[in-house]
Design a protein around this ligand. Structure first.
Ligand code: UTP
Length: 288
């Protein structure tokens, strides 16, 4: 029997050094694309996929995300008094049923794998999803929904992948592909940040995962990997062979909003589609 995915972990404890000084006091997950912070896009994508038990693995200077998913009483009162019903509804749109979002602190940023391990009591033996909010993926349906639908057929573990230029492999986890069936690719191996000459393929993992809870056992070994960090990829690689493991070459456009250029591209792309901004963006880009 394939157990449904109801839980998701958002690791948001990273330092965001590529985006300093903006991220000195503001979490990078709160950077807006158009008018919404990155974390909100990620939570909305999870809800669209039917995943409604949420864990944020936070760190120092990240408390503002808790406020984002809570009442803002003063703001709500003023908007109500002024009859600004549209703004009030937007302000309240991220109020999920009480108890839906939990928070745990990763006390030191020891890597993505360590952040996921910090959520082990929340996961508590269930299969779960992971999404990195700084990987903004625009797609219809969202990538998590695409993955959940594929998972319901094949079970096991799954990562979202996209084909990248060979010279870029050292920025990603990369799979050794097996049998392909449409968008699904069987995974025979996984390696973190391989050099272009040694990369087993150009099929690169982006920040969406569905994992079986056994990954926690491997993470608890706290093995140090690429970049001196505890890598999720290394723990996932240990599951290959004992459980089904697939890549889903998702439909959608991915922006690495942890980098300046990715975040700018995401903003321009969204603004070029949004009815309130698109004509101005068209005018502006015509002169470039
Ligand atoms: P990144 O590789 O983007 O690292 O992390 P970072 O520290 O956030 O950013 P840079 O590279 O310094 O600019 C990928 C994801 O893993 C989380 C991040 O918050 C991000 O969602 N992460 C990373 C943690 O939660 N804890 C860590 O120790 C490391």
């Amino acid at each position: 029997m394939i157990e449904p995915i109801k839980k998701i972990v958002f690791p948001v404890a990273g330092l965001g050094t590529r985006f300093l000084p903006a991220t000195k006091a503001i979490p990078k997950e709160m950077l807006p694309v158009l008018d919404k912070p990155l974390i909100q896009y990620a939570v909305e994508e999870a809800l669209e996929a039917g995943i409604d038990q949420i864990m944020l693995v936070t760190g120092r200077n990240k408390q503002v995300m808790e406020d984002h998913f809570d009442h803002a009483f003063e703001l709500e009162k003023i908007l109500d008094e002024k009859g600004k019903s549209e703004a009030l509804a937007i302000s309240k749109s991220m109020l999920l049923p009480e108890g839906s979002i939990q928070y745990v602190r990763q006390m030191q940023p020891k890597g993505l794998g360590h952040a996921i391990w910090c959520a082990r009591h929340f996961v508590n033996g269930s299969p779960f999803a992971v999404a990195l909010p700084d990987d903004l993926i625009l797609g219809k349906p969202g990538t998590l929904k695409q993955m959940v639908e594929a998972y319901e057929k094949v079970g096991g573990n799954m990562v979202a992948t996209m084909d990248v230029a060979r010279e870029k492999t050292s920025s990603y986890g990369v799979i050794t592909p097996g049998k392909r069936s449409g968008k699904l690719i069987e995974i025979k191996g996984l390696v973190e940040k391989p050099a272009p000459e040694t990369a087993p393929s150009t099929e690169a993992v982006v920040g969406r995962y569905i994992l079986q809870s056994e990954v926690m056992e491997h993470l608890s070994a706290k093995q140090i990997g690429a970049g001196g960090e505890i890598q999720l990829t290394d723990a996932m690689a240990k599951l290959i062979g004992s459980q089904p493991f697939h890549a889903l070459n998702f439909d959608g456009e991915r922006f690495d909003c942890g980098s300046k250029v990715g975040w700018l591209m995401a903003n321009i792309s969204m603004a070029a589609q949004d009815p309130s901004t698109k004509s101005r963006i068209k005018e502006l880009t015509q002169n470039w």
